[in-house]
Ligand binder design. Structure first.
Ligand SMILES: [Zn+2]
Length: 91
């Protein structure tokens, strides 16, 4: 449970990426994610999001999304791997 003061950000160094656990990085809010992520993770998550949306709309339109799906899987695996290698604290 988080109950920090609102409207006032604490020092960046006390925060860590919610995905890879990297500290001392500038963190960004990512839509659909509970915490904040470093630039690398937020970029990957954003790309994953975009791919997923493209796959969705492609599927609806009856297009072949095999290539996109493969790309998405690769990306998702990389993100998962990164979050598992972090294993920091009780999050
Ligand atoms: Zn990160």
């Amino acid at each position: 449970m988080m109950s920090g003061p609102k409207g006032c950000e604490g020092s960046l160094s006390s925060l860590q990426c919610s995905l890879c656990g990297r500290k001392g990085e500038e963190l960004f809010e990512v839509a659909g994610e509970p915490g904040r992520c470093c630039i690398d993770c937020s970029a990957d998550l954003a790309a994953e999001d975009i791919l997923a949306a493209e796959i969705d709309s492609g599927t609806l339109a009856g297009r072949n999304v095999g290539e996109l799906a493969a790309e998405w899987e690769e990306l998702a695996a990389r993100i998962l791997q990164r979050s598992q290698s972090a294993e920091l604290g009780p999050y």
